[in-house]
Unconditional design. Structure first.
Length: 82
């Protein structure tokens, strides 16, 4: 988690911890990153979505739910909305 806090401080974006609403248990993380990939077409200065869930959280729609919420975040963040 300290790593994620540092990324947020440095870049202004990063990952969120995902918790199951009913239990508060950590089930994974999801967010945005700039991986600095050297590929074609270039993704330079573009945020990429990323996520990872614990095995028992797979197939339950948690990533889709979190991604839907996360995609609204840049639109509501003045420095990222262009």
């Amino acid at each position: 988690m300290i790593h994620h806090a540092g990324i947020w401080s440095f870049l202004g974006f990063g990952n969120w911890a995902l918790e199951k609403n009913s239990t508060g248990k950590f089930i994974g993380d999801l967010g945005f990153a700039d991986f600095k990939r050297h590929i074609t077409p270039s993704l330079e200065d573009m945020m990429e979505g990323n996520w990872g869930l614990i095995t028992e959280a797979h197939g339950k729609g948690y990533a889709a739910e979190a991604l839907t919420a996360a995609l609204v975040w840049p639109k509501n963040t003045a420095s990222l909305s262009g």
